[in-house]
Design a protein. Structure first.
Length: 682
């Protein structure tokens, strides 16, 4: 079981490959040898699908040589060689060749596996402009009058209506189009995706001119995103004729708009690129995006034209097969610095715009906020400051209160004071200890009799007293209370129901996870977003241990509680949240992904984590913290999420608002998720 856990095929992935062989013009024997060598290499790497360039067995640039029977016969002999070699390969191969059918010549893709020809797909759109003259030699797919042909002694399907399904790999159905087919307004692959194809394959030759590489990226990225599919794209490389054209051998693999692999261009040698495609993710996206199903219904006539060819492969399902795909440690935070800054700017401005609208629509000019000197309230205050600037109101209309209690450390109190001064808000300080002592006395709590009992009542009296003050202060000043609690806390139920970080009039942080808030605060410190005179106070806050500060520590300078000791590292729990909330993955798959994310030895490029972050986690640690997450998320904390204040959604990673992304019963069980932990090795 342990070895199978570390096999990518056990978790809804499949390895695919795009090969760019060296070729010789009009030399099918040489081209077949190159094809077989690369196919063998790809199959040995665990790939179950290997795609080759358009007309790869003949070469694309044969021009009128395609009219010569000698070349066409040699291509069939080359195909026989590929067919014979496929008997020992546990992969489906897609090769390009010219093929004469019913007195017409077609530019075809031939699917081969296990010594069988599974089908032949002719090109639908033939370019006949600029440097292209394909209509001179070939007929388009819709010219075909037969749906079955005899090829190398096998009766096989023929036509652009064919889909191919690897029946023993869940969700692996692929479609083939050829070069120009994807450059038209409605590519054939669009309808194929609606018919269930999750992997779209393009056999292309595609000569290179200035700017074309960038456009290929845009084209393939958008098609894979629109179709919620993987897209494999090849182009011809070294050896094609340069009589009038040049070739760069660019190969691409995209998944749902995201680049997974790209070849080196202008390579002097043959090469193969690989990607581990998350088929489960693609399927999940399709049933999550219900308009995909509506599109199927709207184009039902086109969808019904497809015919599915099913076959099985002896793919490497046993033993370990490590994932080659890079998994982001921080799925809410881009690893690329420029993209990270862009993400922070966009999230910050979403939060600011939302608050500006709320204040404008309610005709309220003042806000009340509690400032603890910790991470979340710091960022919420920074959002308030920018909102006031945009509204043309003085920052003194931000009524900020720091409210030290029994466990407030000297460090956070000083940071709260410094932060409020830097922002330029109206800063006030209220000692909540007297009112808390009175309530504890009213409750006849042991603490009121001098006993050091720091139970949940002791903690929540402080959280409730702070919130009570804030709401009454808002009443008194005709203001609204700005919430500071974040997405991670809501997911884990790490907030006091009805008070504390749970409740406010409007919460600007509710869909921002802790790992992202870290970078938002750092971005404000390093950018000109607020132009603080002494932004180093923000850096000090980032270095502060995360704590609710509700239980006294050994000294006034250190917290008595460390949040991550109770609920696990936020960096792991945010990872768990993303894949469970966004994709609904099983615990085993989440742990599998987490293992690769946190044990990537080339991970030096990842962004810094939270204070106290680790460089790696063992699988046992991943499993233990995932158990904490599953129990808290599914069993104990939904009732808190069912009644949260209004808050703006900031990212596609999801929110937990009952009016938005997440609607769940408050009394469901966590059993099926906790049982899923048994699939994870100890």
């Amino acid at each position: 079981m342990q070895s199978e856990f570390f096999n990518l095929y056990s978790h809804g992935f499949a390895r695919v490959a795009v090969a760019v062989p060296q070729c010789k013009v009009a030399d099918p024997r040489f081209n077949a040898e190159q094809t077989i060598a690369l196919a063998t290499q790809a199959a040995a790497e665990g790939a179950v699908l290997v795609s080759f360039p358009e007309l790869g067995l003949s070469s694309y640039s044969c021009e009128d040589l395609f009219q010569q029977r000698a070349l066409l016969d040699a291509c069939q002999s080359a195909l026989q060689s590929v067919l014979d070699a496929s008997v020992t390969l546990d992969a489906a191969l897609i090769v390009g060749m010219p093929l004469k059918v019913e007195h017409q010549l077609y530019n075809c893709a031939v699917v081969v596996a296990g010594g069988r020809i599974l089908g032949v797909v002719p090109k639908s759109y033939l370019p006949n402009y600029s440097e292209f003259y394909e209509a001179r030699q070939f007929s388009s797919a819709d010219c075909a009058v037969t749906r079955h042909i005899s090829l190398l002694g096998q009766e096989v399907g023929f036509g652009s209506h064919l889909l191919f399904e690897i029946a023993n790999i869940p969700d692996f159905r692929f479609h083939i189009e050829i070069c120009e087919d994807v450059w038209v307004p409605i590519p054939p692959s669009s309808f194929a995706a609606l018919a269930g194809a999750t992997v779209l394959v393009n056999l292309s030759a595609s000569n290179i001119v200035v700017g074309k590489s960038t456009y290929r990226h845009q084209l393939v990225s958008q098609q894979s995103a629109r179709c919620l599919a993987a897209y494999l794209y090849s182009s011809a490389g070294n050896g094609e004729s340069t009589t009038d054209l040049a070739w760069d051998g660019q190969a691409l693999i995209y998944e749902n708009g995201e680049l997974q692999a790209e070849s080196a261009r202008f390579s002097d040698s043959a090469h193969v690129i690989y990607a581990d495609i998350d088929l489960e993710r693609l399927s999940r996206e399709r049933f999550h995006q219900t308009t995909f199903g509506q599109s199927v219904r709207r184009h039902a006539d086109e969808v019904r034209k497809f015919e599915v060819v099913r076959f099985e492969l002896a793919y490497p399902a046993q033993g370990e097969l490590p994932l080659k795909r890079r998994v982001q440690r921080f799925p809410y935070v881009p690893s690329n610095i420029a993209q990270r800054d862009e993400r922070c700017s966009e999230v910050y401005n979403i939060q600011v715009q939302a608050l500006v609208q709320r204040l404008s629509s309610s005709n309220i000019k003042k806000v009340v906020i509690g400032v603890s000197g910790g991470l979340d309230s710091t960022h919420a205050l920074l959002v308030c400051a920018k909102a006031m600037d945009k509204l043309g109101l003085p920052r003194t209309d931000i009524l900020a209160y720091t409210m030290p209690g029994f466990a407030t450390s000297d460090r956070t109190l000083l940071q709260a004071r410094q932060l409020m001064e830097q922002v330029g808000c109206t800063a006030s300080e209220i000692d909540i200890r007297p009112s808390c002592e009175q309530m504890l006395k009213d409750l006849d709590h042991p603490y009121s009799r001098g006993e050091a009992v720091y139970d949940i009542t002791f903690e929540n009296v402080q959280a409730g007293e702070r919130t009570n003050h804030l709401f009454r202060l808002a009443n008194h000043h005709n203001a609204i209370v700005i919430g500071t609690g974040d997405l991670s806390e809501l997911a884990l139920g790490w907030c006091t129901y009805g008070v504390g970080d749970h409740m406010s009039h409007y919460n600007v942080n509710a869909s921002v996870p802790k790992t992202l808030i870290t970078h938002l605060v750092r971005w404000v410190a390093e950018s000109t977003a607020l132009s603080l005179k002494h932004p180093e106070v923000l850096m000090h806050i980032l270095e502060t241990e995360i704590s609710p500060e509700l239980v006294p520590g050994a000294s006034s300078g250190a917290p008595g509680q460390r949040t991550q000791d109770f609920i696990g590292p936020y960096e792991l729990q945010d990872f768990n949240l993303y894949y469970i909330l966004r994709y609904g993955f099983t615990p085993a798959k989440v742990a599998f992904l987490s293992h690769y994310a946190w044990n990537d030895k080339t991970a030096g490029h990842w962004p810094d984590g939270l204070h106290g972050a680790r460089n790696d986690y063992t699988l046992a640690q991943i499993k233990a913290n995932l158990k904490i997450f599953l129990f808290r998320f599914f069993k104990t904390s939904q009732f808190k999420r069912s009644c949260v204040p209004n808050a703006p959604k900031v990212g596609s990673g999801g929110s937990l608002s009952p009016r938005g992304d997440w609607r769940a019963p408050s009394d469901s069980e966590a059993t099926v998720w906790l049982d899923g932990l048994d699939q994870i090795p100890d």
